[in-house]
Design a protein around this ligand. Structure first.
Ligand SMILES: [Zn+2]
Length: 84
C-alpha cells in the first residue's frame, strides 16, 4: 500500500491523510494564497478538512492567516466552501 503523508488541519488541528484535505499554497512571489487543486504548486502549504465546520472555524480563528502570517481575503473561505 502506498504511504500517504498526514497533514494537520489548521482549524481542528487533527492529522489526516493529505489527499483528504484542501491544500492552500502561498505564492512566494506574489504572496497570493491559492488552492492547490492539482497538488502541483510549490511553496508553503496549509491544509483544511473538506467540511464546512473546519472552513468556518479556520475563518473565525484566522487559522490560515496565522499559518501564513499574512492577510487572507474573505473570498478565499467562500471559495473553499464551494470546493467541498
Ligand atoms: Zn479540520
Amino acid at each position: 500500500m502506498k504511504h500517504i503523508p498526514q497533514r494537520m488541519c489548521v482549524a481542528c488541528r487533527k492529522m489526516y491523510p493529505q489527499n483528504e484535505l484542501i491544500r492552500l499554497v502561498r505564492d512566494n512571489k506574489t504572496g497570493e494564497i491559492k488552492f492547490d487543486c492539482d497538488k502541483k504548486l510549490f511553496g508553503r502549504g496549509a491544509y483544511i478538512c473538506k467540511n464546512i465546520d473546519c472552513i468556518r472555524n479556520a475563518e473565525k480563528k484566522r487559522g490560515i492567516e496565522r499559518h501564513f502570517k499574512c492577510a487572507v481575503p474573505k473570498e478565499l473561505y467562500k471559495a473553499a466552501e464551494e470546493l467541498i
